[in-house]
Ligand binder design. Structure first.
Ligand SMILES: [Zn+2]
Length: 271
């Protein structure tokens, strides 16, 4: 069966990435995650901003929390984009996202949708595993329309299923090596760092990410229930087949993960 696109959903910390890796390998797909999309377009804008030097051209493009019309942003960035050899459309998208990200504001759905659509179309509308999107019912509606417009389809939404308490336990105990070059991941219970709190690989200090506190995890879990779950339901109600794969396995080996993914998707995708 020719698989075109798969959406992978699950709570933050449910263990999506190992399952995504299996799907990428099984069907030769490419991962399209919102995190990477944002990095790509913010990066494009970053280069243009550098080429711009003097930023007076940007004045007035963000007023009282609202963005100027696209053509004004294009006008302000055109010459610098050319100089930086960055596609103008990408620079504009990055500029828009940056206005929220740089101010620590939540990026509104229409902007996130615009970025996703650009990346989705650039890939020809198929061959993708979507990760981190859709995260609201409105994003689901947008995605369904986008897929239709591209003449492609969503073959499956795969939900990585994990209990809240298991996620809290796993995430609160997570520690990472503070060396950016190393970044080794530890867990206080299952894979502890050295007794003096340093990395067994490189000797740097091992730290807890600021996102990994219990309060923040519980906020993310609540957000999943409030928004992402209805987003998945919206896809399923409109006819996208759903499969669930357990996020916790008795034995966590590559083979066990692969097998559990295969078992979950077989009724929908065959094979
Ligand atoms: Zn290290």
């Amino acid at each position: 069966m020719q698989v075109q696109n798969i959406v992978v959903a699950g709570k933050s910390g449910a263990g999506k990435q190992p399952r995504i890796d299996v799907l990428l390998q099984l069907y030769g797909l490419k991962q399209l995650s919102t995190g990477n999309i944002f990095r790509e377009y913010l990066g494009a804008y970053g280069k243009v901003r550098e080429a711009l030097g003097d930023e007076s051209a940007l004045a007035g493009l963000w007023r009282d929390g609202a963005l100027a019309p696209d053509q004004d942003i294009q006008k302000a960035l055109r010459a610098a984009a050319k100089k930086a050899k960055v596609e103008l459309a990408s620079a504009v998208l990055g500029f828009k996202a940056a206005q929220y990200v740089d101010r620590g504001k939540f990026v509104p759905d229409p902007i996130t949708n615009e970025l996703l659509a650009a990346a989705f179309r650039a890939a020809g509308g198929k061959g993708l595993v979507l990760d981190g999107y859709p995260r609201t019912p409105e994003q689901s509606d947008f995605l369904l329309a986008l897929v239709k417009e591209c003449g492609t389809k969503l073959d499956l939404v795969l939900v990585v299923d994990n209990e809240d308490e298991a996620i809290v336990k796993r995430t609160v105990g997570r520690r990472i090596c503070s060396s950016k070059a190393c970044g080794k991941v530890f867990h206080l219970e299952h894979k502890p760092p050295k007794a003096d709190g340093t990395c067994s690989a490189c000797g740097a200090k091992v730290i807890q990410r600021s996102d990994d506190t219990e309060e923040k995890i519980r906020t993310r879990l609540q957000e999943f229930r409030d928004k992402a779950l209805p987003a998945i339901e919206r896809l399923v109600r409109s006819g996208v087949p759903q499969a669930k794969v357990p996020g916790n396995l008795p034995v966590f080996t590559d083979e066990a993960v692969r097998e559990s993914v295969r078992t979950a998707i077989r009724p929908v995708l065959g094979g």
